[in-house]
Design a protein. Structure first.
Length: 248
């Protein structure tokens, strides 16, 4: 679940990922494999593969796993052929939802995703139905305990578009083409972030609460639990108190 700036939602996502580390490895290896297939195994020449490998390392994936994923992508090892794509639709409460998938069986994935939307009161839409509500950006999240002034100075000097502090977090936003440079500079200054990724950030957030919020979170959990789903982006805005209630 990505593409929003509420700290409670970020924490929920990290907790869900930690609980499903095996599934996270499966998703990360798919991205490594397809990035290598499209752009080759040279990390210097393949920006998408660099990002995929960096994300795998952040998740503490063993180097051997990463290397095998690259070799499967380049054809040096036998492997499954994946295709990637995007679903768009609306969840409960009219929340915009984008689902990025990578699958070896498109028919299965379409059925699974459609079922998740329908079961929890959502509906799949046509291509472009909600994508215009999001911008693809680099997003680097720090806990609010960090030195805002230092992060602000380093990030903007490196080419970040914006740095803001809210909801107990510090958020650095970059153009996707500047993401690596900003991330590397922050690391060089020993600034430890909570998460760093190129994601889809909603232009505006839509408030949701009560039963609709519960149904939405269940739908997102089902989608994220699907091995074919790589990322789920939404524009929901759930208060910290409501998120705590829902997550129990």
């Amino acid at each position: 679940m990505s593409g929003h700036s509420k700290w409670a939602n970020i924490k929920h996502r990290k907790g869900a990922q930690d609980a499903k580390r095996g599934k996270i490895f499966t998703k990360l290896i798919k991205e490594v494999t397809i990035a290598a297939r499209i752009g080759g195994a040279d990390l210097e020449a393949n920006a998408r593969l660099r990002l995929a490998v960096d994300k795998a390392k952040q998740a503490n994936m063993p180097k051997d796993n990463i290397d095998r994923g690259i070799k499967k992508g380049t054809g040096d090892l036998d492997g499954v052929t994946y295709e990637e794509g995007v679903f768009e639709g609306y969840g409960p409460g009219g929340i915009a939802v984008i689902v990025e998938f990578m699958t070896d069986n498109r028919t299965r994935t379409v059925a699974d995703v459609r079922h998740a939307f329908n079961k929890y009161g959502g509906s799949l839409g046509v291509s472009g139905s909600v994508a215009f509500m999001f911008d693809r950006k680099g997003q680097i999240i720090f806990s609010g305990e960090n030195d805002f002034d230092k992060i602000f100075e380093v990030a903007l000097e490196a080419g970040a578009e914006d740095v803001k502090e809210e909801d107990g977090m510090i958020e650095v936003i970059t153009d996707p083409t500047e993401f690596e440079a900003v991330q590397n500079d922050l690391e060089k200054h020993d600034l430890k972030y909570e998460s760093a990724e190129v994601t889809m950030i909603p232009q505006t957030l839509t408030p949701i609460e009560g039963k609709q919020a519960e149904s939405l979170m269940k739908m997102i959990d089902v989608l994220e639990d699907n091995d074919d789903v790589q990322n789920v982006y939404t524009n929901f805005d759930i208060s910290d108190a409501e998120m705590e209630r829902i997550m129990g």
